[in-house]
Ligand binder design. Structure first.
Ligand code: ZN
Ligand code: FE
Ligand code: FE
Ligand code: ZN
Length: 266
């Protein structure tokens, strides 16, 4: 099984190509499964500059992915997913949105601390105005709460706060370990996301130090490229595979209608 469970489309306005381009790229790269997981709309179309609107979700994204799932079913297993945001105060809206749409799976990601889209290059200057240790603490607090929310199947890029290379000045091991214990207790899967290799930090999400904790706690893993261009589907998966062997027993989790199963990676 070769699966990429994290890809985007032009609908989020910072990615290229339609869902079909990503599916075809996955076929070209020999994958047997691809998850379409573009950025979900938010209540009142919050931050629609960086995501589809609810109207686009219903008029374009959902029918396109469902049509691909059917049309490619003898070629590749296309999953209907979405990357939703954990944003305190929106939980009920997000729960209703997920329940109404029969997804195969949902990635939950923390992209905002308050109103600050901290992974957006446009707002990177704000790191210089903040106490970096408290940014990290708030970030992992949000990760813990995103797991506790019960809204998501997979935690996306769970140390995204490092994206631009800002590092904490104090040791975060204890906070990370306590966070991951909650993740384990909440029975949620953590994603190995190779896109960090293409970002200033130049390492995967999460770091190998965090993966070590994940392995000790037997938290299940999954794998995604977070491709925002069709040619990035499955990018650097050869570098992720040894990590899945070492910290995940060589298996990844996949989902159908939000039911998890495990498959061996090849
Ligand atoms: Zn994105
Ligand atoms: Fe994300
Ligand atoms: Fe993403
Ligand atoms: Zn992402």
């Amino acid at each position: 099984m070769k699966a990429d469970l994290h890809t985007h489309t032009y609908l989020c306005k910072h990615a290229d190509g339609i869902a079909e381009d990503y599916v075809r790229s996955a076929v070209d790269r020999g994958l047997t499964m691809i998850g379409c997981t573009d950025h979900a709309p938010m209540p009142d179309n919050y931050d629609e500059k960086h995501r589809m609107t609810l109207e686009q979700f219903h008029a374009d994204y959902k029918p396109a992915v469902l049509e691909l799932r059917e049309r490619f079913k003898n070629v590749i297993d296309v999953k209907f997913g979405v990357e939703s945001d954990f944003f305190p105060g929106t939980e009920q809206w997000v729960r209703d949105f997920h329940d109404a749409n029969d997804f195969d799976f949902v990635i939950g990601s923390v992209h905002y601390l308050g109103e600050w889209g901290f992974d957006n290059p446009v707002f990177v200057h704000r790191y210089d105005e903040e106490n970096i240790d408290s940014v990290y603490e708030r970030y992992f607090n949000h990760i813990r709460r995103s797991a506790e929310s019960g809204l998501f199947d997979i935690l996306g890029h769970c140390d995204l706060v490092k994206k631009f290379g800002h590092r904490p000045t104090k040791n975060m091991d204890e906070i990370v370990r306590e966070t991951m214990k909650v993740v384990k207790a909440c029975d949620i899967v953590v994603e190995i996301n190779t896109s960090g290799l293409r970002k200033p930090v130049q390492e995967m999400y999460p770091s190998e130090e965090i993966l070590k904790i994940i392995g000790e706690l037997h938290i299940p893993l999954t794998l995604g490229s977070d491709a925002h261009m069709p040619e990035d589907v499955a990018r650097d998966f050869d570098r992720a595979r040894p990590l899945i062997e070492r910290y995940g027993g060589g298996v990844v989790s996949v989902f159908t209608k939000r039911q998890r199963s495990e498959v061996r990676v090849s």
